[in-house]
Design a protein around this ligand. Sequence first.
Ligand code: F6P
Length: 474
Amino acid sequence: MGHDLVIVANRLPVDRVTDRNGKNRWRRSPGGLVSAIEPVMRAHDGVWVGWPGGTQKFKPFKVDGLDLVPLAMSAEEIEEHYEGFSNGTLWPLYHDVVAKPEFHREWWDTYVQVNRRFAERTAELANDGATVWVHDYQLQLVPQMLRELRPDLRIGFYLHIPFPPAELFQQLPWRRQILEGLLGADLVGFQLPGAAQNFIRLVRQRVGHKTHRDLVYLPDGRTVRAAAFPISIDAAGFEELARSESVAERAEAIREALGDPRKIFLGIDRLDYTKGIYARLRAFGELIRDGALTVDDAVFVQVAVPSRERVEHYRNLRDDIERLVGRLNGDLGRIGRPAISYLHTSYPREEMAALYRAADVMVVTPYRDGMNLVAKEYVACRVDDDGALVLSEFAGAADELRQAWLVNPYDMNGMKAALLEAYNAEPKELTRRMKAMRRQIAQHDVKAWADSFMTELEDESHSHTKTVRPATLS
Ligand code: F6P
């Protein structure tokens, strides 16, 4: 039996957990993406294809009524497709080359192989004329592979991370194949308009297709549209959680456990070199060293969520940050008063909401970030219209959260000044800024994001009658 909608993503929206009795079971991942897509999946008899993590093979299964189809990867595929090409080549390349991307031909071959398996499985699952929504940088070849197998399908692709300017993208030895892979879709969605423009420009320059504004005209009569759909969060869900008594009490308990400082600074990030964790902790440390803050006034809580721990850049980053935290606490802290409260762990949504409620200044300083949902979650949890957000200009969220203290994370003095301003801001000023940001987040939540992408994908007329010359090789 087939499906009218297939969601294809590198990961399944579930985690394998071991319960108290030592039994393994699946638990829904906490992210907003699955809750946004779930209603669409139910309405269209949908199925989700993805990697369940690890090398173990599982049969298709259901969690909370959602149909899930796991695609296993071998140890070699994990190393070369996931850790290698996806996170050692594409991830740094697409994030402004913050770290040096590695180009290995074996990684590319395995990326092609895994993308093909996703495409073939999807082709088996989709009903005649079904809609397929492919997600993210790990699966950029799937749209074209799928179109070749099943020309009847309507295919959408959404990139959750930035799409780089031509000057960087063209380093990629397989640049043309990636662009052609994406052109298998009818609609290619990005976080920001600039990313969609980068894509259109590259398609014109590197593949040689005719383009006009956000459209690409293919010689076979198909039209591909590239547009921005800024992703968001379940704003109402976070707000409700933040208003709950248990979260409010937990926020109080956190403040008390930290020694009731005048103000709490907070950073919550995956432990990733794009996030600018090192620079922000250094800026905070310098403010204490300069005497602008003291450890009685302020503490910095940094939650670093373990991520991609087998990739070398990530292991080095962890060492660097932990050395810095040790040094700052050793140099600046007193007994019971560390400068930085560092936690290398992940927390459930409730604890995150309590941290957001407890924090007076939220610090989000990536060097490059597709969107950054932590910034939006903080805003959604500030139910009293207070608290300050210090936000990097280079996070996609900066386009919407204009009332944050916007910073350039490469500018140490600028970042120090913004942290201090946010720390000293008058309550009236905080309320003015937070109210405006909360309005934005409430109106543009993850449901609105999913609806607008799906509406566009379903409604678009995806063909043209223009005579266009065949693509020229770059
Ligand atoms: O931001 C891109 C992304 O792939 C997210 O979809 C995901 O939550 C995060 O990075 C972590 O990714 P991974 O699957 O590598 O743990």
